[in-house]
Write a protein that binds this ligand. Structure first.
Ligand code: FES
Length: 265
């Protein structure tokens, strides 16, 4: 497959503020021609000169104002060395994106479940807000190892009709119980592949459709440009023997039922 042609642009960081266990960066760019969508990400240069691979960050919000430009909200883990590893207000930030296929919204109001984990919680919350703008009832399942790692619960509770908190190991049980109670038509996963697999399997068990993130945005070892193959996932036989998908270039949002999750392990 050929990698998509991606253009890098310069933005200005106008804010870098704490958000619980995370940092929220606001970056102003020339106005985007097409609005950003939940499920898209940006690619930024590595944190240090001795690193080769770039960083990938979920887009957690976007606002475009005529004559001013586009402000992207990016929520990222607080880096181990302190926020100094992140750009400060006034810094230029070279970034590529927003990249990729975002989550699709239902054309009619339905009940939806959004599952998310870690820093992806901000993108998940943005997805909840978008689902509610099209009339959906939305239930958010937020997964985190530690209580403080749930992203901005005050805003999350305003963005969804119900919020369930769980540890990652409890995601399957929480999702199964929730789907039995609210009978969603669609389940979404914004987070690591382990969560995407769980959501896809729970959805398949209930006859609902699922849309899941197919690449661990924010993880180390990703090129994000469709070049290295590190993110390739196998598809079910029905897609053709040996078929794979390269989510950073062809997603990152995928139909959960298309991926052969057993073979992906
Ligand atoms: S991360 Fe390199 S091809 Fe997807």
């Amino acid at each position: 497959m050929s990698a998509p042609l991606l253009h890098r642009r310069a933005g200005e960081v106008v804010a870098n503020r704490p958000l619980g266990a995370y940092r929220q960066l606001s970056v102003v760019l020339p106005a985007l021609a097409t609005p950003a969508r939940p499920g898209q990400f940006v690619i930024t240069p590595p944190a240090r000169a001795d690193q080769v691979l770039p960083r990938t960050w979920w887009v957690a919000g976007e606002r475009t104002e005529p004559g001013f430009g586009t402000t992207l909200e990016l929520v990222v883990p607080d880096p181990p060395g302190g926020s100094g590893a992140l750009p400060a207000p006034g810094d230029e930030l070279l970034l590529t994106g927003p990249v990729g296929r975002g989550f699709g919204l239902p054309t009619t109001p339905v009940t939806a479940v959004v599952a998310t984990q870690g820093a992806a919680g901000a993108a998940g919350r943005w997805l909840c807000e978008r689902l509610r703008t099209v009339g959906c009832a939305v239930h958010l399942v937020s997964c985190a190892d530690e209580p403080e790692q749930h992203v901005d619960l005050v805003l999350a509770r305003r963005s969804a009709d119900g919020v369930i908190l769980t540890e990652p190991a409890g995601a399957e049980a929480a999702l199964t119980s929730l789907t039995e109670r609210v009978h969603p038509s669609v389940l979404y996963a914004v987070g690591p592949l382990s969560l995407s697999r769980t959501v896809a399997e729970v959805a398949a068990g209930t006859g609902a459709v699922s849309q899941v993130s197919g690449v661990d945005i924010g993880a180390d070892g990703l090129c994000g440009h469709g070049l290295c193959g590190a993110c390739d996932l196998p598809l079910h036989e029905s897609a053709g023997s040996g078929s794979t998908v390269r989510p950073c270039a062809e997603g990152p949002v995928l139909r959960g039922g298309l991926v052969d999750w057993e073979a992906a392990q």
